[in-house]
Design a protein around this ligand. Structure first.
Ligand SMILES: Cc1cc2nc3c(=O)[nH]c(=O)nc-3n(C[C@H](O)[C@H](O)[C@H](O)COP(=O)(O)OP(=O)(O)OC[C@H]3O[C@@H](n4cnc5c(N)ncnc54)[C@H](O)[C@@H]3O)c2cc1C
Length: 309
């Protein structure tokens, strides 16, 4: 009885979140890493190289949530822990898996204190709760950004499961957001923009700065609601939770719902015209001034210094 981790992957590439979940879960026991869905075979070789992985299990299938859940539920009986990152797939799938196994899931874990003690945020991240989970088995989702990534290890064996998967769900089409900046959930530097940017075009100011720094771009809900930024850029209580080394908040007031998404940021820089804005007061460093003057100057200075990732 050990640990079953469900891999996150997309377009034939393993998500960086999986390496972080593997590293965190390795303190609970040897890990079998399950790769589900389309492109599963391609991802398995990459997954096998993570330290802590004892075996990679591959279940090639239609990649629909009901088919994937069937595989997890069948396999779960053999494991003490079933774990996935708290990304969109894990959030969607794991409560259902837990219900089928008659277990209560422990979600959004940010620290593992022992075999059945886990820390998770509550009240929109304003408090941390330590949960003692006395159930016989544990279904967890982990906030990947709270953990370090597993290093490379010796290649683990890969086992292809004989899974004739039925699905009542038929995938007709998927629409993708194209982005050439880093992934928001796992980026080490994130640049967030607020409604003060004033238009979708002006977000290009942030994107060109982000490309130089190897950063991801995010936004406030006010900016998303105004149509300036796509929905999947939203950071906060009802958006993505981030924990970068550096968060640069540009034209963002710092409403509680936004702060709920950035509490894991190690350093915060705020750029704002208002010295009294809550995010300015919270920041490690604040530049008080007009973003439309400061950002071009910053970008030009990075150009002059030859900074480019
Ligand atoms: C149930 C609920 C859930 C929510 N969930 C989220 C969430 O997940 N994420 C989220 O972000 N919000 C969320 N919100 C919305 C939240 O309450 C705020 O309204 C929002 O975060 C404000 O966004 P903002 O900072 O862009 O805008 P504002 O609060 O309007 O702030 C704009 C800032 O830009 C500064 N500024 C203006 N012009 C310039 C300039 N030229 N240069 C520099 N600075 C300038 C201003 O001084 C101000 O500080 C939620 C709200 C509710 C009710």
């Amino acid at each position: 009885m050990s640990v079953l981790v469900i891999a996150d992957h997309d377009l034939g590439t393993l998500s960086p979140a999986t390496a972080r979940v593997v590293h965190a879960a390795s303190q609970l026991g040897p890990i079998d890493l399950l790769v589900l869905g389309q492109d599963a075979a391609n991802v398995a070789t990459e997954a096998a190289k993570l330290a802590g992985v004892a075996k990679v299990l591959v279940a090639q299938g239609p990649g629909t949530s009901d088919a994937d859940s069937q595989v997890i539920e069948k396999l779960a009986a053999g494991y003490l822990y079933v774990i996935q990152s708290a990304g969109s797939a894990g959030r969607d799938r794991m409560p259902g898996v837990a219900a089928k196994l008659d277990l209560m899931p422990v979600t959004d874990v940010v620290e593992i204190l022992g075999p059945n003690r886990f820390v998770r945020p509550i009240y929109a991240g304003n408090a941390l709760q330590t949960v003692t989970d006395n159930q016989p088995r544990h279904v967890l989702t982990l906030r990947a950004s709270a953990f370090r990534a597993a290093p490379a290890g010796p290649a683990a064996p890969i086992e292809v499961l004989d899974s004739a998967l039925d699905s009542v769900v038929k995938l007709l089409r998927s629409d993708r957001t194209q982005s050439d900046t880093a992934d928001l959930a796992t980026a080490q530097i994130v640049i967030g923009g607020g409604v003060a940017l004033g238009s979708a075009e002006n977000y290009q100011l942030l994107e060109s700065l982000a490309k130089k720094l190897g950063a991801a771009v995010g936004a406030t809900r006010a900016a998303v609601d105004a149509g300036y930024a796509p929905n999947d850029w939203q950071i906060g209580q009802t958006g993505k939770i981030i924990a970068p080394d550096l968060y640069i908040a540009i034209g963002i007031s710092g409403a509680l719902q936004h702060l709920a998404g950035i509490q894991g940021a190690k350093k915060i820089v705020a750029i704002n015209t208002d010295a009294e804005a809550p995010l300015v007061k919270l920041a490690d460093l604040a530049l008080i001034g007009d973003l439309f003057e400061i950002i071009p100057q910053l970008t030009a200075e990075l150009d002059r210094l030859g900074v480019s990732r």
